[in-house]
Design a protein. Structure first.
Length: 400
């Protein structure tokens, strides 16, 4: 019996994971659930409320027959500084929590091999092959490979560090930082991509076999998951409008420390006003990992602008922890507006929903990986300014 250990830290990631598992069965590289023991370990390095944890577990159990779903929010974190004895104790704690011995796992399915949380899990099961599946746009950002596995020629200190890295896992975790450990890279067996045809994978995985997950297969997983959420409908509205509707997706920028809540709310306020002034109603969806929602904050501004916020601006009737892809085909929308969300790619790929971005407004505040993601979206989606007027210009038809 094959033992697969699968990692997930979000509801969208669970959908991507399960679609990749189905694709693996279809292409013959993995066994069916009846011939394997599949364990799902869930965590989130930045922390999430219990409501999110419970939603993730409910979604996961609805779409795959896991042998066990294990919460590891207290173990798999962003921490990278451990003492040598301490990290060995962490390895033992992980194996005890999961109920799996050191060499009992054949495959580990994960989105990343460069973060401390995943590195610790991978080192807990050193003989398991690694299978990558897609997280979102972050799966397509450049990833640096650490040089700790090879001693720099002509530098005696390099040989000392190389020896320490080989013998002391705590030292290796700290020194590789957010780079890929070569000991992990050589274990990567294959990679399942959703957007492989749209964006190139990082050069670090150039030699890793890449397998495209079929859109129809992912849609079937989404439809299965959608059975556990309410029908979106028009809950909360006092009346109905004849105007076309646009979906607006919030992000978690202030939650992630990129900007303040006030800055993020201000950006959304201007976006909502721009969409309404072009003749549309707005359907708002909070980000799944949000801590402080924006809907009430924005609704007050819409009331001042239009005098009737319940018709012009509504909140999607979907638990905020769930991804919008679960109900996107039912929304009767003519388009979607996002900041730097991968949803713009997925909604276009799965349901041919046209997307526009307000990434230009975010660009001055972005740095590092967030800046790269922002540039990636700007190169693939039209700016919000090109959203046609609802009553004139190019005709937009409801998707789905």
């Amino acid at each position: 019996m094959t033992v697969r250990l699968c990692c997930a830290f979000g509801t969208w990631q669970v959908l991507s994971l399960v679609a990749s598992l189905h694709q693996a069965i279809a292409d013959g590289s993995s066994r069916a659930p009846t011939e394997s023991d599949d364990y799902l370990v869930v965590y989130e390095i930045a922390g999430v409320p219990d409501e999110f944890k419970e939603a993730l577990a409910a979604l996961a159990n609805a779409i795959w027959p896991w042998k066990r779903v294990i919460w590891a929010y207290d173990i798999l974190t962003s921490r990278r500084k451990y003492g040598q004895l301490e990290i060995l104790q962490i390895y033992r704690l992980i194996r005890e929590r999961l109920g799996l011995e050191q060499h009992s796992v054949q495959e580990i399915w994960t989105c990343f091999v460069n973060r401390p949380s995943e590195k610790i899990l991978l080192d807990s099961y050193p003989s398991a092959r690694i299978v990558l599946y897609e997280d979102g746009l972050t799966s397509y950002l450049p990833m640096e490979v650490s040089n700790l596995s090879w001693p720099p020629v002509g530098w005696a200190g390099g040989y000392i560090r190389w020896g320490l890295a080989a013998l002391l896992p705590a030292f290796r975790l700290r020194k590789t930082a957010d780079r890929i450990d070569k000991r992990h890279l050589v274990r990567v067996d294959r990679c399942y991509a959703l957007l492989q045809g749209e964006l190139p994978l990082p050069a670090a995985f150039a030699k890793v076999p890449r397998i495209q997950v079929g859109a129809e297969l992912l849609r079937r997983v989404i439809d299965q998951a959608a059975a556990i959420v309410p029908t979106p409908g028009d809950t909360g509205r006092r009346g109905r409008s004849v105007r076309p509707r646009v979906l607006l997706l919030g992000q978690a920028l202030s939650r992630n420390g990129i900007m303040s809540y006030a800055q993020e709310a201000s950006i959304y306020r201007h976006v909502v006003e721009a969409i309404i002034q072009k003749g549309y109603d707005v359907v708002w969806k909070e980000h799944p990992r949000i801590r402080e929602p924006f809907f009430d904050e924005l609704r007050g501004s819409v009331e001042i602008l239009t005098g009737d916020e319940d018709i012009r601006f509504m909140e999607l009737n979907l638990p905020y922890a769930m991804p919008v892809e679960l109900v996107a085909s039912q929304l009767n929308i003519v388009g979607c507006v996002v900041g730097t969300s991968a949803a713009l790619f997925y909604l276009k790929w799965l349901y041919d929903i046209e997307a526009y971005t307000f990434a230009d407004a975010l660009l001055p505040l972005m740095v590092g990986a967030d800046l790269l993601t922002c540039e990636m979206v700007r190169s693939e989606a039209a700016p919000l300014s090109e959203l046609p007027f609802g009553s004139t210009g190019r005709r937009l038809e409801p998707a789905g």
